[in-house]
Design a protein around this ligand. Structure first.
Ligand code: NAD
Ligand code: WQD
Length: 340
């Protein structure tokens, strides 16, 4: 049934792809974003792909209670998807309190505004980073959380707060989705990942090499206990992740309280496998050189995605080649991202 959905961080990488899926499914979509890590241009592109406009856009900080009150009083919000957060692990080590303020404070401000305005459905962006330095893969939702940096701790703290609030507010329904490594772009080439400065994540680094903005990839370590010695991750197409959110809304009333789901493919790829696939798909050489390990990196993070498959029949449908192809299309069509 069509709902009116508030999407915080709706102009960001995952949020923008999710807005497209929601609009296409017939939902009304209200975006709240302060554009601290996104361009307003994205909002026009969302409407262009979906063939229909967003219901409204509020340019505001998710911690701003007055702005939240204005959103909830001006729209009959049925459900909230909360993407707005800061996400750079390295930066979180340098400025942890800013991360706690925005990621945890933003979540508590939002949930308390929801509560006051009688809104009881929330989909929360969590992360595989909460599992920390794991010894056993694949990771199920029951695998212990052991975050190793402030960013991951903010996500785990939010999950714990939301679980506790659900125990005391019986009408609340929360789905925490733990994404593994979202990558790729919209196949139209209109939406994609546009990090400011030097990319932290590997896929935008590869696309920037291929388009000539960077010279070579540093492969962070080849002495991990993996078949080729490089780190293994569960890359999952951002459109699959977006579809996961649309599906989540269809199931949010299945059960009261809080539920947690991994969103991943269940298939890991090493850094060298990703480099090879990207070079093949793009036809561009990817110069790369093995360097020191990046502090905090773990050998292998792969999801066990069976819980979400059996609960909602959601599985990731797009493979690593599709992620590379779509990320490359976006970068070719937007060599400098959304900048004019
Ligand atoms: P993103 O930075 O592209 O998007 C976040 C959006 O939120 C941006 O548009 C930004 O402007 C906005 N925002 C940030 N702080 C805000 C604030 N205080 N008020 C209002 N808006 C604010 O990030 P993304 O990759 O789309 O990630 C979305 C969510 O998913 C985040 O919560 C992130 O922690 C989580 N996540 C991301 C990944 C990943 O690898 N991309 C993996 C796991 C979890
Ligand atoms: C992937 C692999 C690197 C860059 C991060 C966050 C995590 C989650 C997903 C938000 C690793 C290697 C990378 C480079 C490299 N985000 N690499 N050279 O670190 O798995 O996860 O994004 O929740 O919290 O930590 O992703 O893309 O940075 O790295 O060799 O220049 O690529 O060592 O094995 P990561 P990533």
């Amino acid at each position: 049934m069509p709902q009116t959905v508030l999407v915080t961080g709706g102009a960001g990488f995952i949020g923008s792809h999710t807005c497209v899926e929601l609009l296409r499914a017939g939902h009304e979509v209200v975006v709240l974003d302060d554009h601290s890590n996104s361009s307003p241009e994205v909002l026009e592109r969302i409407a262009k792909i979906a063939g229909r406009p967003l219901a409204a856009v509020h340019v505001a900080d998710v911690r701003d209670r007055r702005a939240l009150d204005a959103v909830f009083t001006s729209h009959p919000i049925d459900a909230v998807i909360h993407f707005a957060a800061k996400k750079a692990v390295g930066e979180s080590v340098r400025i942890p309190l800013t991360y706690y303020d925005i990621n945890v404070g933003g979540t508590t401000a939002l949930v308390s505004a929801m509560h006051e305005h009688g809104v009881h459905r929330l989909v929360f962006s969590s992360s595989c980073s909460i599992y920390g330095d794991v010894t056993t893969v694949p990771l199920t939702e029951e695998s212990p959380a052991a975050p190793t940096n402030p960013y991951a701790t903010t996500k785990w703290t939010c999950e714990q707060i939301l679980a506790d609030v659900c125990r005391h507010v019986p009408e609340l329904r929360v789905l925490a989705l733990r994404y593994f490594n979202p990558a790729g772009a919209h196949p139209t080439g209109l939406l994609g990942e546009d990090p400011s400065g030097v990319p932290n994540n590997i896929m935008p680094f590869l696309t920037q090499i291929a388009v000539g903005r960077r010279d070579e990839l540093s492969v962070f370590g080849d002495d991990f206990p993996t078949p080729d010695g490089t780190g293994i991750r569960d890359y999952v197409h951002v459109v699959d992740v977006a579809e996961g959110h649309r599906t989540a809304l269809d199931h949010i009333d299945d059960e009261p309280g809080m539920r947690v789901f991994n969103l991943g493919t269940g298939r890991g790829a090493s850094v060298l496998e990703l480099v090879r696939t990207f070079a093949e798909v793009s036809g561009q050489p990817i110069p790369h050189r093995v360097t020191e390990r990046r502090p905090g990196d773990v050998a292998e993070l792969v999801a066990d995605p069976t819980k979400v498959a059996s609960a909602w029949n959601w599985t990731a449908r797009r493979d690593l080649a599709a992620m590379c192809r779509d990320a490359w299309t976006f970068q070719q069509q937007n060599p400098y991202g959304y900048a004019p």
